[in-house]
Structures are given as structure tokens and as C-alpha cells.
Design a protein. Structure first.
Length: 580
């Protein structure tokens, strides 16, 4: 993650503006808020008239009716404006989450190498939730509160400017309390949100690999790790509570002292004849119209600081560079040779590939062998364009693959790995994953038949609509592998990448999967990574890799006679097979 800059409110404004909030709804809400505030500001004046009329011995019915009508109008205006402001807030958060989600899906694989998925999920859910809380709950009361406070102060100056000026002397005291505590709350909120992201990352990792946890009886270790994160959240929560425990009582104390002083001072002025009883009642009501928003403002200020931290983290995520989409050429529509030209690549300081060069003729099968860590899987990642080479180029035909639109290039590739990842959902959903349109029913059964999978799918309770469970847990390894092959067949790729596709299977499943792979490879440009030499026996050429370099190329017989590492790997494989 790049180092984040210091937060500015301009960033928060830009974050909200990019969601394109409904301006006319927001304008209507603000107009209603102004109307509701204006009505609310009239109520104390009518109260003054009623009190003075009662004191004078008379009260008109029309005044009472108008007074009750004002209450009703205020209630209606408050309800409608609150709904419209809440609607605007929900719209903003919906668009913000959609934008973040689209951005996450377009981030390169290198981002996910460095950032745990739980932290990214925390940005999408927790941080946007904080922004949502600020907009839909606190911002509504803050907007109406500022309006009512402004109007109340103006009327109070008109009623009695001397008492109003005395009252306003409390404002610097409140700012002296709020500003330093607000800065402290901002720092605590940032740490708390970061800790929440770490906690979410731990939960995501453990829950996604719960079988591994139980297999190695690591419940105690994970319990301690989770409790450690929980304690950190508790610690930061207490820090936040301490700030609020100081802020709220001090604000309340300041307000109460001001109220007591105004009542006492106002009573003296009524006794002196400078104020009427009705004017004092109106003054006190207007004072409450200031006190209530100010008391709410302390909570709003705390949420504002939380939103500042959340905005920083969201902006940090949105500033991450996306994978390139545009390109200058369209990929060819017929099979082309795939060529590696002096390709080098490193993960930060760790050199993985060095000057790798070879050609995979169109429609041929090339096997890549070598010890673990030789760079074979990294080679596949470069072909898929998960990463870009540090030097050299990869060509499809005469053009570098980097010159093709990324989405169109990846559509030409079918990938079958050792893990055969399946998503929670039905067999049908996994087969058509990534396709823009659902193919006809017979196509599903055609590819399942070709993948040696139709017989077991027919026996499933709901056939194509059977749930496979999280990561395909309800299917065996061989069944998952054949579903993955059928998925690749349905995609009809030009380039096929097979990464240890039969490595974890028993002999019977391997035979079935290998038969399906033979059908899948027919008429396609295929590259195979395999340790089992039975898998690569029919390859047109074999590439041997050691320490990120190509050290041999040729047929099985040529390499066995001339390449010592290849002969060692082949003999080891034959020895393992004979011992079974």
C-alpha cells in the first residue's frame, strides 16, 4: 500500500461528489429543513404572545389554532426532510460501495499479494458503514441544528442583545474543549479502524481455512490470535470511551451553567421591567434550540473524526492503480504460436525468472518441468498477465500480448490448476462462470461428457442445479477437476494452461481426468506444468527449468540422454511408480 497523505476535508467532499448524489432530492430536503427550522423558530414567539396574553388576562382562540398548526407543520417538515436526507445518504453509500467493489475487481494480483483480503473487506464494509452513519444519522441533525442555532441566535439578539452576548461568551470555552479532544479522537479512530481491519483479516483467514485449523488442532493458537485482536479492539474502544466521557459531561456542564445563568439573569431583568415574562420564556425556549444541537454536535464531531479516518483508508484503496484496460490491437482470431523472448521477472528483490526464451507452436503441446521454485507457475502468471515481465516480452503471433485488451486476451486462455477452485453455488453456475450469456442446455452436457463428468453429474440429486458447497467441498477431488475441465471446454479457449492438473488425484481419478484433458487439449495451444511424466509423455516438446532459467529443450528421449537433471527427475518418477 502506498503511504497515505494527511486527510483534508476536500478529500471527503470529492469522495461524496464522485457518487453523484441526487441534487434535486438534496435541494428539496434542504428547503424543507429551512422551512421546518423557520417554523420551529416561530413557535417561541407565539409562546411569548400566549404567555403575555395570559398574564394580561386574555387569550384568543385563533392564536391557539395557529400555534397548534405550527407544531403540525414542523412535524411534517421534519419527517419529510429527514427521509429525503436519509435517502440521499443511502444513495451516496450505495454508489460508494459499488465504486469500491468495481475498483477492487480491477486491481492487479500484485495488490492482493501484499494486502490481506480481510483488510480490503473492512474498507468495503466497515469504513463505508462509518461514512453511511455520518451521512444518514448525524449529518441530518447537524444540518438542521446549525440552521436552528443560527436563527435562534439572530432572534435572541433582537429580543435582548445584552443577555445574548453574555450567553455567547460560552462559545470560546466550548471550542477550547472540542478542538483538542477532536484531534485525539481522530487519531484513536484511525487506529481503531486499522485494528478492525486486522481483526476482519484474521476472521476471514481462519474461517476460509477452518478444515486446516482443525486438521492441525490449531484451535488454541487461533483462539489466542483472535483474542489478542479482540483485546486490541477493546483497548482502543476504551480510549474512545475516555475521550467521549470527558467531552459529553463538559459540554453538558457548560450548557447547564449557561442555562442557569440566563434564567437567573433573565429573572432579574423581568423584575426590573426590562423584559416581559413572555419574552423570558421565549428566550429560554430559543436557548434550548441552541443547547440541544450543541449537545448533539459533540457526538457529530466524534463521528466526523471517525469518517475522516475512514475516508483516508477508502481514498488509499481507490488510489491503487488498476489493471490496464485499453490497448492498441485486437487479438487474432486464429491459433498463433506463443513466444517467450528473454523474459525476466522478480517479486520485489527476489529474482524468479531470468532470460526465459522458447516458442510454443500453434496447436502443439509443450510441457514445462523442473524442481519446485524453478519459476514454472510464475510463467503461467505472466502469460495470464497477472504480472508484467520486468524485461523481455511475451508474444502471441507477431504482437506482444501486452498490446491486446486485457479482457479479450484472458478470454482466449483456459486454466486448469491442481486446486480446481469452485465457487459456492450450483454445478451449472460453476460451469458458466465468467460467461456473459447462458449457453443452451445441451452444451452443458456436451462439455460434461467430453470431460468424463456427465455420469456423476447425472447421479447428483438435482443434476446441474446441485449445490457444490463452499469451494466445492461436496465433490471429490477428481469430480472437481473434471468440472474445472468442463468449464474450460465451455469457454472454448485457444490457449490452455494446465498446472499440475492431476497431481493430487488417485490412479483411477487420474485416468479419467487425463482422458478428459486429452479431449480438452485437442486443437489448442497447450502448456503443461507436471511432475508426473505420464502426463507429459505425449508432449510435442519439453522445457526444463532450473532456478528461473531454461536449461533444456527437446523430446523426452533427447533430454533423457543429454540433460542430467531431467534424467534424475525421470528416474525418480519411474522409481516412485514401480514402488506403488
Amino acid at each position: 500500500m502506498p503511504e497515505q497523505k494527511r486527510f483534508t476535508w476536500r478529500e471527503f467532499y470529492d469522495l461524496i461528489r464522485m457518487t453523484k448524489p441526487p441534487v434535486w432530492i438534496l435541494a428539496a430536503a434542504l428547503i424543507l429543513s429551512l422551512f421546518e427550522t423557520a417554523v420551529g423558530l416561530l413557535i417561541p414567539l407565539f409562546t411569548q404572545q400566549i404567555v403575555d396574553s395570559v398574564t394580561a388576562g386574555g387569550l384568543e382562540t385563533g392564536t391557539i389554532v395557529l400555534f397548534l398548526s405550527l407544531f403540525l407543520l414542523q412535524a411534517v417538515g421534519t419527517g419529510v426532510s429527514m427521509y429525503l436526507l436519509t435517502y440521499t445518504g443511502e444513495h451516496i453509500v450505495r454508489e460508494l460501495r459499488s465504486r469500491i467493489w468495481r475498483h477492487i475487481l480491477r486491481l492487479p494480483v500484485s495488490y492482493f499479494d501484499h494486502v490481506q483480503s480481510g483488510e480490503t473487506v473492512s474498507r468495503l464494509i466497515n469504513d463505508t458503514g462509518i461514512v453511511k452513519g455520518l451521512i444518514t444519522r448525524h449529518l441530518v441533525s447537524a444540518v438542521t441544528g446549525v440552521l436552528s442555532m443560527t436563527g435562534a441566535v439572530m432572534i435572541l439578539l433582537w429580543l435582548d442583545w445584552q443577555m445574548t452576548l453574555v450567553m455567547l461568551t460560552a462559545v470560546p470555552v466550548m471550542l477550547f474543549i472540542i478542538i483538542p479532544l477532536g484531534r485525539k479522537m481522530y487519531r484513536i479512530s484511525k487506529s481503531l479502524q486499522q485494528e478492525m481491519a486486522s481483526y476482519t483479516a484474521v476472521l476471514s483467514t481462519v474461517l476460509s481455512e477452518i478444515r486446516l485449523v482443525k486438521m492441525y488442532t490449531a484451535e488454541k493458537h487461533e483462539r489466542q490470535r483472535g483474542e489478542s485482536r479482540t483485546k486490541e479492539l477493546f483497548r482502543y474502544g476504551l480510549k474512545e470511551a475516555k475521550v467521549l466521557a470527558v467531552l459529553h459531561p463538559l459540554m453538558t456542564l457548560a450548557m447547564m451553567l449557561m442555562l442557569v445563568f440566563i434564567i437567573g439573569f433573565g429573572g432579574v431583568r423581568v423584575a426590573a421591567g426590562a423584559l416581559t415574562a413572555g419574552e423570558l420564556v421565549a428566550f429560554i425556549l430559543y436557548l434550548f434550540m441552541i443547547i440541544v444541537p450543541v449537545s448533539q454536535f459533540s457526538s457529530f464531531f466524534a463521528e466526523l473524526q471517525k469518517a475522516a479516518g475512514a475516508t483516508e483508508r477508502i481514498r488509499g484503496l481507490l488510489d491503487e492503480t488498476e489493471e490496464p484496460e485499453s490497448a492498441e490491437r485486437q487479438p487474432p482470431t486464429v491459433l498463433q504460436p506463443l513466444t517467450m523472448e528473454q523474459v525476466s521477472f522478480s517479486y520485489e528483490q527476489d529474482q524468479v525468472l531470468t532470460d526465459v526464451s522458447f516458442e510454443v507452436p500453434a496447436g502443439s503441446v509443450t510441457a514445462v518441468v523442473g524442481p519446485s521454485g524453478a519459476g514454472k507457475t510464475t510463467l503461467f502468471s505472466l502469460i495470464e498477465r497477472f504480472y508484467e515481465p520486468g524485461a523481455g516480452s511475451i508474444r502471441y503471433g507477431t504482437d506482444p500480448v501486452a498490446s491486446y485488451p486485457l479482457r479479450l486476451w484472458r478470454r482466449k486462455i483456459g486454466y486448469v490448476s491442481q486446486e480446481s477452485p469452485l465457487l459456492a453455488g450450483t454445478v451449472r453456475q460453476n460451469l458458466m462462470y465468467g460467461l456473459s450469456e447462458e449457453p443452451p442446455e445441451y452444451r452443458f452436457w456436451d462439455v460434461l461428457e467430453a470431460a468424463n463428468a456427465s455420469s456423476f453429474v447425472q447421479e447428483l440429486p438435482n443434476k446441474l442445479d446441485t449445490e457444490v458447497g463452499e469451494r466445492g467441498i461436496r465433490l471429490s477431488g477428481g469430480q472437481k477437476q473434471r468440472i474445472a475441465i468442463a468449464r474450460a471446454l465451455l469457454r472454448d479457449p485457444e490457449v490452455l494452461l494446465l498446472d499440475e492438473a492431476t497431481a493430487s488425484l488417485d490412479s483411477q481419478s487420474e485416468k479419467q481426468v487425463q482422458e478428459a484433458l486429452d479431449i480438452l487439449m485437442n486443437g489448442r495451444t497447450t502448456i503443461i506444468i507436471a511432475h508426473r511424466f505420464s502426463t507429459i509423455a505425449g508432449a510435442d516438446q519439453i522445457i526444463v527449468m532450473e532456478n528461473g532459467r531454461v536449461t533444456g529443450r527437446g523430446s523426452h528421449r533427447t533430454l533423457y540422454d543429454s540433460h542430467s537433471l531431467y534424467r534424475k527427475l525421470a528416474d525418480h518418477q519411474l522409481s516412485a511408480v514401480s514402488e506403488r
